[in-house]
Unconditional design. Structure first.
Length: 264
C-alpha cells in the first residue's frame, strides 16, 4: 500500500502544474510595496496577529507564521487556533476575536462574509481527498467500494472535508454508514492511525510523512477538490492584513507547495 504514496505525489504535481506559471515571484513586497529578498526583515509592522485556520493547515501555517515573524520581528503571531472551518466561523460569529481566517472551503468563508465580519476573501490553495488506512491495511480496504463494508470514519457533513467526502462518495455511488462523524479532518486521521477504524477519508496533505497510516488516491478524487480562501477580518490591523497577503505570496506559497497543497 505504501507504494501508492507515489500516486498521491503525482496528483499533487497535476494540481500544481496549472498554477506554477502564474505563481508569485520569489521576492515578496515590503509594507511600502517595494521588492525585498526572501528572509529579509521588513520594517514598519508591529503588534500581535491572531489567526484562525482549518485543521488541515496546521503544519503549513505553523511554518508560515515562523517565516512571517522572521521577516517582521516586531510582530507576534499568537498560537494559531486550528479546528473545523465551520466551527471557527461559528466562534467568530459568536464574538471570538481574530485578525485572519483561513478555511478549507469557500462555503464556510461565505458564512463569515454574510455575517458582515469580512469581505474580499482570496483563494490561496487547493486540496484533495485520499483514503487513509492503518499501516499495513489490516482491514483490506483497497477501493471506495470497500468503505461500505468497513469500519469507516468520516468528517461531519457540515465541515469542508465532510462536504468533499459526500461529493466523492455520491459520485461513485457508494453508501457509507460512518462509525463516527468528526468535526475536523485531524480527528478522522487520529482514529485511523490509532486503529480505531479500518479507513477514513482525509486530505492528501494529512498523510504525508505519517508512518502510522497508508493511503491511496481513490477514483474521482480529482473531481472533489477543496479550495481554500483566506481573509483579513474587517477589524484587522496592518499586521493581520500583511499576514493574509504573505500566505498568498511567494514564500507562503512555497511552504504550501512543499507540503503537497495545490495552487489556488
Amino acid at each position: 500500500m505504501r507504494r501508492r504514496h507515489t500516486a498521491i505525489a503525482a496528483l499533487f504535481g497535476m494540481l500544481m502544474l496549472s498554477g506554477c506559471a502564474g505563481a508569485p515571484s520569489s521576492d515578496s513586497l515590503d509594507p511600502n510595496g517595494e521588492s525585498a529578498g526572501p528572509g529579509t526583515a521588513r520594517p514598519g509592522l508591529s503588534g500581535e496577529v491572531t489567526v484562525f485556520a482549518a485543521a488541515s493547515l496546521r503544519t503549513a501555517f505553523d511554518d508560515i507564521a515562523e517565516l512571517f515573524e522572521q521577516q517582521h520581528p516586531q510582530v507576534d503571531v499568537k498560537p494559531i487556533v486550528y479546528d473545523g472551518s465551520s466551527t471557527l466561523v461559528t466562534q467568530l460569529q459568536e464574538g471570538a476575536r481574530a485578525d485572519v481566517l483561513a478555511t478549507a472551503d469557500e462555503r464556510s468563508m461565505q458564512l463569515l462574509v454574510d455575517a458582515g465580519l469580512a469581505s474580499d476573501a482570496q483563494l490561496f490553495a487547493t486540496n484533495t481527498l485520499v483514503v487513509a488506512v492503518p499501516a499495513g491495511n489490516p482491514g483490506g480496504v483497497d477501493s471506495l467500494d470497500d468503505l461500505a463494508n468497513a469500519v469507516t470514519v468520516l468528517c461531519a457533513p457540515e465541515v469542508p472535508c465532510g462536504v468533499a467526502s459526500t461529493t466523492l462518495l455520491d459520485a461513485a455511488g457508494v453508501q457509507v454508514t460512518a462509525a463516527s462523524l468528526e468535526q475536523n479532518v485531524t480527528a478522522v486521521l487520529e482514529k485511523v492511525a490509532a486503529g480505531e477504524a479500518d479507513a477514513g477519508l482525509v486530505y492528501a496533505t494529512d498523510v504525508i510523512g505519517d508512518a502510522a497510516v497508508d493511503s491511496f488516491v481513490p477514483e474521482g478524487a480529482a473531481d472533489a477538490v477543496n479550495r481554500y480562501p483566506i481573509v483579513a477580518l474587517d477589524d484587522a490591523d496592518a499586521a493581520g492584513i500583511a499576514f493574509a497577503e504573505f500566505v498568498r505570496r511567494a514564500e507562503g506559497q512555497r511552504v504550501l507547495h512543499d507540503l503537497g497543497f495545490g495552487a489556488p
